[in-house]
Design a protein around this ligand. Structure first.
Ligand SMILES: [Zn+2]
Length: 155
């Protein structure tokens, strides 16, 4: 309790917006990338990395002010930050807390690792990666049917 209070103080409370908490330490920048948040949007954006956490040792936290991330957006984080929690804040109050759920398929975020795949041909085709087994995290490219490992996914 005390510990998490301390880590909350490192980054100021926000009035309205989304707090992505319990991101695996060091993954915050990947999370921003997956959400296509560049910092050019003009929202106040706070990124805290390697914050001491009582639960998992260290964690990253992202606060996006004046923006409420949709479930469809935050589910994109399932492969990068599966333990992250999404907190929606309105007028300094927590109005919704949700966990990330692995979607059935992930469209247009990761590249297929098969260089000969049509999604890597330079044509305007978005990658579609199906989640075949949610427990074992088995992923498959819908176009070339290659089985993909999480570690080899590239943006
Ligand atoms: Zn492919």
């Amino acid at each position: 309790m005390l510990m998490s209070d301390t880590s909350q103080l490192l980054v100021r409370r926000i009035k309205d917006g989304t707090v992505i908490d319990h991101i695996e330490a060091g993954k915050a920048l990947l999370v921003l990338r997956a959400l296509a948040i560049t910092g050019k949007e003009g929202n106040v954006l706070t990124v805290a990395m390697h914050v001491p956490s009582s639960k998992h040792g260290k964690k990253d936290i992202i606060k996006v002010e004046n923006r409420y991330l949709e479930t469809s957006e935050t589910n994109k984080l399932a492969l990068i930050a599966p333990r992250a929690t999404i907190n929606l804040i309105k007028d300094y109050k927590l109005v919704e807390k949700r966990r990330i759920q692995l979607p059935e398929s992930i469209v247009g975020i990761f590249k297929c690792s098969n260089l000969k795949c049509i999604t890597n041909s330079g044509e305007d085709i978005k990658s579609k990666i199906d989640v075949i087994d949610k427990e074992k995290m088995v992923l498959k490219c819908r176009y070339c049917a290659r089985t993909l490992l999480i570690e080899e996914l590239v943006f």
